[in-house]
Design a protein around this ligand. Sequence first.
Ligand SMILES: [Zn+2]
Ligand SMILES: [Zn+2]
Length: 382
Amino acid sequence: MKPFLLVFLSLYWQLSLAQKLSIGLYTSSTVKEFQFVVASGNYLLHAILPDGTSYSAKLAAQSQGKFKMNGAMVQYFQGGTYRFEAIKFELLQLAQEDFCNWSVPTLSTKTRAYEGDFEVRIYKSNLQLVNLVDLQTYLEGVVACEGGPGHQKPYYQAQAVISRTYALNNLKRHQKDGYELCERTHCQAYLHKRTGTALIDSAVHQTKDVVLLNEEGKYFPTFFHANCGGQTCEPQDIWNEQIIGLTTFKDTFCVHTKQATWVKSIPLQTWTTFLVKNYGFPIKDSLSYSLLQAFKQPFRSAFYLHPVYGIPLRDLREEFKLKSTFFDAVIEGQEVVLYGRGFGHGVGLCQEGAMQMAKKGYSFDQILLFYYPGARLFVPTP
Ligand SMILES: [Zn+2]
Ligand SMILES: [Zn+2]
């Protein structure tokens, strides 16, 4: 590799890095090796060496490399050949829209394309890949991943505003992990760069700097989910804490959409064993047993059967991997059949409802204020 020192560029990069978000990638797995291809444009490879010096080299389009963990060091391979090891590597894009394709040989996940800069380093004995990306580019990826294709612009605009607010409100969520946000739905889905869909990109652009605030002028807690099933959920029932500005209400926009209903059968024995073992459910008591025959939820409840048994619906959702807590349950033969509504935790904005509102001609601010009645829209003056 041809080393060259770039004092001026290094200062420039430090300044530009400071304004970017840091997003952890492949955060659900322990990874020992990352592979990359410079898919478009040129990148600058920058290495921090053990003796405190640094090396830089330009990587042209289609350059391939990999990073491997070696104790506390990161080894760099170019085109399959080992080159050297460093404390940390940075891959810095030389022009906006340059991007790299990343893959992990031990994972079956597809190659993921991301724009922006990257850091590969050892953090708490793990090999870590972090994407440094400006907020707008990140949001174009998030809106594409969270919303998918084929919707009207007001929905994408609403999604951009809530995802922007969520990101800015959660920059310390992964402080202990060494980055600001993860790429999973734990924070917001960011499984690839923007798709280049003009509608999505312009929705993010047109709402630049627009966020939702609460009465105190702080970022509003913009929780969202796929489908509420006709009624949003009280945060208390899901997370055991009240969240100011969020409460339960009826939503008729989502009831005929694709994830509005679901059915799942569970062996009766498995179901009752769980109830008896974890909550001491009095299975031999005839009145209690008769309640099991048919549980109805015309409106969202926090507990299964009756609060007196202390069986939170959120526990059943987690244990049996249910799409939602909003279900009726009836015994049919040797099975409990669950007839459910909605998909997700149900708190805050219902995405499929918001998509329907956009289809019916509502504007993005009308959508946002319907789902977050306690919020106000902050639109910066140019
Ligand atoms: Zn996260
Ligand atoms: Zn809904």
